[in-house]
Design a protein around this ligand. Structure first.
Ligand code: FE
Length: 243
């Protein structure tokens, strides 16, 4: 039980981009990790770190974002934390790349990288201490990330979610990178049963959509391009440095 009290886990929200940032801290060693920080929320994140009495060690990205600029570059300048991105990231600014299956440790925090390409070609989910998974823009609550730009691939996303995430224990908590409908947390079991992108009859996990049906569904979403994409992608390729 000691590790339960020792680890702090906070879900933080940016209302403009509907992005969730996660702060995970080990209060014994007073060190923390931020996952997917947002540039406009750097002051909030710094204040939260200060109030919790922890030092930022790493900024970890699930992928290169198209809808917001990462806070990593600012946070790195202000705290001297190190930035970590998934392997083959289309960026050379990060301090380190993490590999599929690698485990990042900070005190009692254990973060296992799970390659989940499809939303972008370099995208990772992160399993935290075996009981919760940060899914970035792969699996969202009752939805999933789009696949129509940044080398997105609906077939790869289907494989990532059905073979890498849906094979985690049903009780694993799901913490997404975004939510647009008021959800915050789900579980793998709940998403296998109720996510309409993956089942034909929500409530009946036996009606799992085929890979071909999922690809067809994703090809016909007809979503608008994120209004920040033109500035966000180049900035994020520089870890959030704005020109
Ligand atoms: Fe994204």
């Amino acid at each position: 039980m000691e590790s339960v009290e020792r680890i702090l886990f906070r879900q933080l929200f940016d209302p403009e981009s509907s992005t969730y940032t996660y702060l995970i801290a080990d209060v014994y060693i007073q060190e923390a990790i931020l996952v997917d920080p947002v540039l406009e929320q750097v002051d909030r994140d710094l204040q939260t770190l200060e109030e919790l009495g922890v030092t930022l060690r790493y900024c970890l990205e699930t992928h290169i974002h198209a809808d917001h600029i990462t806070g990593t570059d600012q946070l790195r300048k202000l705290t001297r934390c190190r930035s970590i991105v998934p392997q083959n990231p289309h960026t050379i600014c990060a301090d380190r790349q993490i590999q599929d299956g690698e485990i990042l440790r900070l005190g009692d925090i254990q973060i296992q990288a799970i390659a989940t390409p499809g939303h972008t070609d370099s995208h990772f989910a992160y399993l935290i201490n075996d009981d919760r998974v940060l899914t970035g823009d792969s699996l969202l609550i009752r939805s999933c990330g789009r696949t129509d730009f940044q080398n997105g691939d609906a077939g790869k996303l289907y494989d990532s979610i059905t073979q890498r995430l849906f094979t985690l224990p049903d009780t694993t908590l799901v913490y997404p990178g975004h939510d647009y409908w008021g959800h915050a947390i789900s579980t793998i079991g709940e998403e296998k049963c109720w996510n309409p992108r993956f089942v034909d009859s929500p409530g009946d996990p036996a009606t799992r959509k085929s890979r071909a049906a999922f690809i067809e569904l994703m090809a016909n979403l007809d979503l608008p391009i994120p209004h920040k994409m033109v500035e966000a992608v180049p900035a994020n390729e520089l870890c959030g440095k704005t020109l």
